[in-house]
Design a protein around this ligand. Structure first.
Ligand SMILES: Cc1ncc(COP(=O)(O)O)c(C=O)c1O
Length: 333
C-alpha cells in the first residue's frame, strides 16, 4: 500500500536528465507570468510569512467577493486535497469520477476514507448522497471533459450532507468555461495558468467558515514566495497576462491536435491547454520520447494505457514532438 502511495503519478520533473521539451505538465508553456515572477523575486526570504496569512486571506476574499473566513491557503491544492480528507467534518466516503486527477484517490488512502468510484456521470449523481466529500475536476485532467451536470450535482449536494469540491486547476485556461454553481467549493491552483508550478501555493474558497480547516494545517505551509505569488495572480497585470496567453495556447493546442491527426492518431482535445492522444503502448512510446529529450505524460496510471497527455507547447517543441512520434510509431526518418 505504501508503495502504491509513493508511485510517480504526476507529470513534471523526474529522476532523468532535464528534457529539452516538457509536454508532461499542463502548466502554461508561455510562462512564467512575468508580473507574478517579479513579485516572487521581490519577496524577502529572510523573514517568516505571517503564520495566519491574514492579509493574503483578505486579498483573496476581496477578489472572490467572499469573507476572509471562506478562504484557506495551502501548499498547493494537492496539500489542501489531503487536508480536506483529514478534516473531521468531511470524514466518510469520498466520491470521484475516474479517470481523473490521481491525488483525490491517493489522499483517501492514508486518511482511510472509503473510496466510491463512479463509472459515469449518472452514477456519480446517483452515488453523491452516499458520500461526504466529492471531487470533480473542471475541465477534467486528463480527459479535458467539461461536465454538463455541475448544477445538478450542486443541487444534490445542497440537499444532502455532502461537500462537492470543484478542482479549477485548468479553469482559467479554458475556452468558454462553464458557469460554476455558487454553493460548490472551489480549489484554485494559479501556479498552472501562470506557469509557476515550482511555487507550492493554492487556495480553497468555500461557502462556509474554513477557520478550523486552516488550523489543522502543518504550520506555515506557504513560504513568502507562495504568499507573493497568490497576491500577484489576482492583480490586473497577471490576470491580463493569462487572458492574453491562453488564446495563444488554444491555437497551439489546435495545431498540435491537427499534426497528431495528420499522423493518423486519435486525439481528444480539452477546452484548455492540453489534449490526449492514442498511441498504443503509451509507456513504451513515452520512454522512447524521453530518450529523445521529450517528456510526455503516460496515462497508464489514469487507467488509460494507450493514451498520452500532452500540453500545448511553443511551435518548435511541437514540431520536434511530431517528428519524433512519426519516427517511433511509423519507423520513419
Ligand atoms: C487537476 C489538478 N488539480 C490540482 C493539482 C495540484 O496542483 P498544486 O498542488 O500544484 O496546486 C494538479 C497538478 O497537477 C492538477 O492537475
Amino acid at each position: 500500500m505504501i508503495d502504491d502511495v509513493l508511485k510517480p503519478i504526476h507529470g513534471g520533473t523526474d529522476s532523468g536528465p532535464p528534457p529539452r521539451f516538457d509536454f508532461s505538465t499542463n502548466a502554461n508553456a508561455l510562462g512564467p507570468d512575468p508580473h507574478a515572477l517579479a513579485a516572487i523575486q521581490a519577496a524577502d526570504p529572510s523573514r517568516y510569512p505571517d503564520p495566519l496569512y491574514t492579509e493574503l486571506h483578505q486579498a483573496l476574499a476581496a477578489h472572490h467577493g467572499v469573507s476572509p473566513e471562506q478562504i484557506a491557503v495551502g501548499g498547493g491544492t494537492s496539500e489542501l486535497i489531503h487536508r480536506l480528507t483529514r478534516w473531521r467534518y468531511l470524514r466518510g466516503p469520498m466520491l470521484i469520477l475516474p479517470p481523473t486527477f490521481s491525488e483525490y484517490a491517493r489522499a483517501a488512502q492514508p486518511s482511510e476514507l472509503p473510496l466510491l468510484q463512479a463509472s459515469s456521470p449518472s452514477e456519480f449523481l446517483h452515488l453523491l448522497p452516499r458520500a461526504t466529500l466529492a471531487f470533480l475536476c473542471v475541465p477534467n485532467n486528463p480527459t479535458g471533459e467539461v461536465y454538463g451536470f455541475l448544477g445538478e450535482a450542486a443541487a444534490i449536494a445542497q440537499r444532502h450532507p455532502v461537500t462537492l469540491v470543484l478542482d479549477l486547476a485548468y479553469y482559467p485556461l479554458s475556452q468558454k468555461p462553464p458557469p460554476l454553481p455558487p454553493t460548490a467549493w472551489q480549489l484554485h491552483s494559479p501556479n498552472k495558468a501562470h506557469g509557476l508550478t515550482g511555487v507550492r501555493a493554492g487556495y480553497l474558497v468555500a461557502p462556509v467558515d474554513l477557520t478550523h480547516l486552516r488550523h489543522i494545517a502543518p504550520s506555515w505551509v506557504l513560504g513568502v514566495h507562495g504568499e507573493a505569488m497568490l497576491r500577484a495572480v489576482i492583480q490586473r497585470p497577471s490576470l491580463d497576462w493569462v487572458a492574453h496567453t491562453r488564446e495563444e495556447l488554444w491555437g497551439l493546442r489546435s495545431a498540435l491536435a491537427a499534426g497528431l491527426r495528420d499522423l493518423g492518431l486519435e486525439v481528444r482535445e480539452s477546452v484548455a491547454n492540453f489534449l490526449m492522444v492514442r498511441v498504443g503502448q503509451a509507456t513504451a512510446v513515452a520512454q522512447a520520447l524521453r530518450a529523445r529529450g521529450l517528456r510526455v505524460r503516460d496515462c497508464t496510471s489514469f487507467g488509460l494505457p494507450e493514451w498520452l497527455r500532452l500540453s500545448a507547447q511553443r511551435p518548435e517543441a511541437q514540431a520536434e514532438l511530431l517528428l519524433a512520434l512519426e519516427e517511433i510509431l511509423h519507423g520513419q526518418g
